[in-house]
Design a protein around this ligand. Structure first.
Ligand code: TYD
Length: 137
């Protein structure tokens, strides 16, 4: 459910010349990272996401700027505002998600547990609700 999504405090090396946050496989992320991608140059007012995954687990980080992540398990919606480069939102499988309210210049960094696979997506909300209710496609 949405209550399985949590904010992970990532490690943070403070330095007068700039900070560093490190994410290591098996140390800071509760899954094996198979893919990294990042979303940037999102036009003002635009939203992203609008789908669910059957299996994919993700850690989402606002590497720069801020945005909101709305997760939805078909019953409950929760909104997380990400605005710290040293915090990651863990998203479990089977949740509908929308990313919105991107600040200008924001960068959404995503660490993912699987390679890209279109077959892992549920892109239709009614089908998602049906899947959550009956556990079928
Ligand atoms: P999508 O995951 O739908 O974007 P978002 O959730 O950010 O709105 O991906 C948009 C397109 O980008 C998708 O149609 C295919 C492509 N894509 C890849 O080819 N590989 C990837 O790893 C990702 C995440 C997307």
């Amino acid at each position: 459910s949405v209550y399985d999504c949590t904010i992970i405090e990532l490690d943070k090396h403070h330095h007068p010349k700039g900070n560093i946050t490190v994410i290591e496989n098996g140390v800071d992320v509760p899954f094996d990272v198979r893919r990294v991608y990042y979303l940037y140059d999102v036009p003002g007012g635009e939203s992203r996401g609008g789908h669910a995954h059957y299996k994919l687990r993700q850690l989402i980080v606002a590497a720069s700027g801020s945005f909101d992540v709305v997760v939805d398990d078909g019953k409950v919606k929760r909104t997380f505002t990400l605005n710290r480069p040293y915090q990651g939102l863990l998203i479990v499988p089977g949740l509908w998600r929308e990313l919105e309210n991107f600040s200008s210049g924001s960068v959404c960094l995503v660490l993912a547990s699987m390679e890209y696979d279109e077959a892992d997506y549920i892109r239709d909300y009614e089908r998602f609700i049906y899947y959550r209710r009956d556990g079928k496609n």
